[in-house]
Design a binder for this molecule. Structure first.
Ligand SMILES: [Zn+2]
Length: 119
């Protein structure tokens, strides 16, 4: 669980961003493109996991300076990895009254509808 959902708008974030850019020599730390101050600070360990590990949102050791392209690629990989971790959604049947009767009438459902079902 994130303690601060939007650190980008905080004064702390605005203060640490130039430090991270300077530390990276104003270059993307993945592709080494020169960015000046136009780069983005990225959490090396994703924000969704840092609270669990006791890492602060503004901890400079967990921040890197990336170009938009490298940042997007990393974020997409993290999102894809997050999706893989979740168990697949189980199929749940709707509880709309009359569903079984409707499906039986269309021939999709071959089992007789429940007797106590209201139509
Ligand atoms: Zn890059």
């Amino acid at each position: 669980m994130r303690t601060d959902p939007r650190p980008i708008n905080s004064p702390q974030w605005r203060a640490i961003r130039p430090f991270i850019a300077h530390r990276a020599s104003f270059r993307c730390e993945t592709c080494f493109e020169f960015l000046g101050l136009t780069g983005q600070c990225d959490h090396i360990i994703p924000r969704s996991e840092i609270d669990m590990l006791g890492i602060g949102v503004f901890d400079p050791t967990n921040l890197q300076y990336l170009c938009i392209s490298c940042h997007s690629a990393k974020s997409n990989r993290e999102r894809a990895a997050g999706r893989e971790k979740k168990p697949p959604k189980s199929h749940t049947r709707t509880t709309v009254p009359g569903r079984d009767a409707f499906l039986a009438a269309t021939g999709i459902l071959t089992v007789a509808p429940k007797r106590n079902e209201k139509c």
